[in-house]
Write a protein that binds this ligand. Sequence first.
Ligand SMILES: NC(=O)CC[C@H](N)C(=O)O
Length: 390
Amino acid sequence: MLLSLKGSFPSAILALADGTVFIGNSIGAQGTTVGEVVFNTSLTGYQEILTDPSYCQQIVTLTYPHIGNYGVNPEDVEADKIHAAGLIIKNLPLLASNFRSTQTLSEYLAEGKTVAIANIDTRKLTRLLRDQGAQNGAIVGLAAGEEVTQAKIDEAIAAAKAAPSMKGLDLAKVVSTVKSYPWNEAEWTLGQGYGKLEAPKFKVVAYDFGVKKNILRMLAERGCDVTVVPAQTPAKDVLALNPDGVFLSNGPGDPEPCDYAIAAVQEIMATKKPVFGICLGHQIMALASGAKTFKMQNSHHGANHPVKDLDSGRVSITSQNHGFAVELESLPANARATHISLFDGTLQGMERTDVPAFCFQGHPEASPGPHDIGYLFDRFTALMETHKNA
Ligand SMILES: NC(=O)CC[C@H](N)C(=O)O
């Protein structure tokens, strides 16, 4: 049973900073939210997307038209709460059907105090964002029976215009854990649920810039006994734990203002400890190596982005979620490109040639998405193995 929810859900307004307005239905919390409006082309994984801390202060548009059809469950989360600032979809099916489902998407959004809009033309919105680049927006979820008025539309446009620009925002320290904690949950299997770290082989310290649980699970699956530390942990505290390797997580915002992390990573790489970075962690490693980052005109959010491994020539289909990128031309002499995007030629991976450190812009942990590039986790454990025995 699809759609025809127009009568059963209150109205909602989506306004972009350029004055474009869409009227739809509120399917989450009541109230106003603002953020950078981006679009994600994944067909599944809305729960993983909503809880990915990298979406902090971003409103996500899902281009796949039916969202919510398999409900939500307590397991498929990347963090303990919804981090996306809002959700924009086309159709919310009235029936959610899946053996793991415990709640509907709409209930989950309301409980998570997340404002969301359905029944708007997401194709029109996506074309606009694609042609003009990401821009700020506001969603206003009205109360039941409340009318959409010009005054409310004007307020929504004003809220969109007043939202802060993503460029220059350090959000890693906003979403990061305040306290260190150990991690020992491994990957999920049907019938078994999440596994446990068995036979730990490597001690890993993971910087939490907004880490996704699935990254930690994939490390634990490979025998990594992980200690997660806050974003602003100084290098000396990390080194005092004497890890076999250091992991730099994904995270929201602009990497450039994260000066504390850039300095710490420089110090850690200088000790020749193996270091692996994903997404924001990749950007921070690049900045710590002397490269530059920039805000992209067309950000990458989806689960089908082709990326070429420059060493093997192999093309992987990857999961992506980033709005900043490392300038390929700015790589210093002691770093080399290992992966590029076949969508736009931007840098997707690099490696230091003088120290055992490498990083990847996309998401090898998928979640949601394909596992083609999961071999990077094996590269990290192999690097730790080599350096352990060196
Ligand atoms: N997923 C991420 O780590 C995103 C990195 C960074 N916030 C960007 O948008 O580029």
